[in-house]
Design a protein around this ligand. Structure first.
Ligand code: HEC
Length: 184
């Protein structure tokens, strides 16, 4: 019993020793020597990850689309989960403006640009990132049209999308409190 415990202890120490040795060797060579882990991110890698869009539309890509373009895409790729008119499930894409008990995109989201950003990065859940920018503009337009916020033939693009003021914008205030932890 004692022997096996002792032995395990020695093995642990040996592994630790090897690890420290490897680290020391790596440092010993040169502090700037690469560790042969991974590869530098290329401009294409960074462009693929750098897709966030600001509330003012900064970062919106080229392309554009209307709700008329978006309706068939929605029927094919989104309606199974969200319902044909976007009113199914817990996370509703459309619904009555004054129903605060049941939030939806039309009565809760403060910026249209967030809608574009969210659809592009997260939907459909099985294949996020698979939609073209033009399809995302069209789907965004369709959801805004389901909420009676724009007409079906209004083209949304990098210029027109940020100009739509969502009804919920006034329900949010900047968090400028001071005196506590200020990481938000
Ligand atoms: C397999 C089912 C499924 C499909 C298909 C799907 N969604 Fe979703 N969607 C979800 C779920 C589940 C959520 C909630 C995710 C969460 O809260 O983390 C969601 C959330 C959303 C939201 C945010 C709603 C909110 O108020 O939080 C939007 C917008 C959206 N989906 C748009 C789309 C669009 C556009 C498509 C088609 C391209 C699509 N979804 C396809 C399941 C789906």
């Amino acid at each position: 019993m004692f022997w096996s415990h002792h032995c395990r202890y020695r093995v642990t120490l040996a592994v630790l020793g090897w690890g420290l040795g490897a680290l020391t060797a790596a440092h010993g060579e040169s502090p700037s020597e690469p560790l042969s882990i991974g590869r530098p991110a290329s401009a294409a890698d960074i462009a693929r990850w750098d897709i966030d869009i600001g509330p003012d539309g900064t970062g919106l890509p080229d392309g554009g689309g209307t709700a008329l373009d978006g309706a068939p895409i929605f029927a094919a790729l989104c309606a199974d989960c969200h319902g044909p008119d976007g009113r199914r499930g817990r996370d509703r894409l459309a619904g009555p403006r004054d129903d605060q008990q049941r939030p939806n995109v039309g009565n809760r989201w403060p910026y249209t640009t967030t809608l574009f950003d969210y659809i592009r990065r997260a939907m459909p859940p099985a294949t996020p990132g698979s939609l073209s920018d033009t399809e995302v503009y069209a789907l965004t337009a369709h959801i805004l049209n389901l909420n009676a916020l724009i007409p079906a033939d209004r083209e949304l693009n990098a210029e027109t999308l940020p100009m739509i003021v969502m009804p919920a914008r006034a329900r949010f205030v900047p968090d400028n409190r001071r005196g506590g932890p200020e990481v938000r």
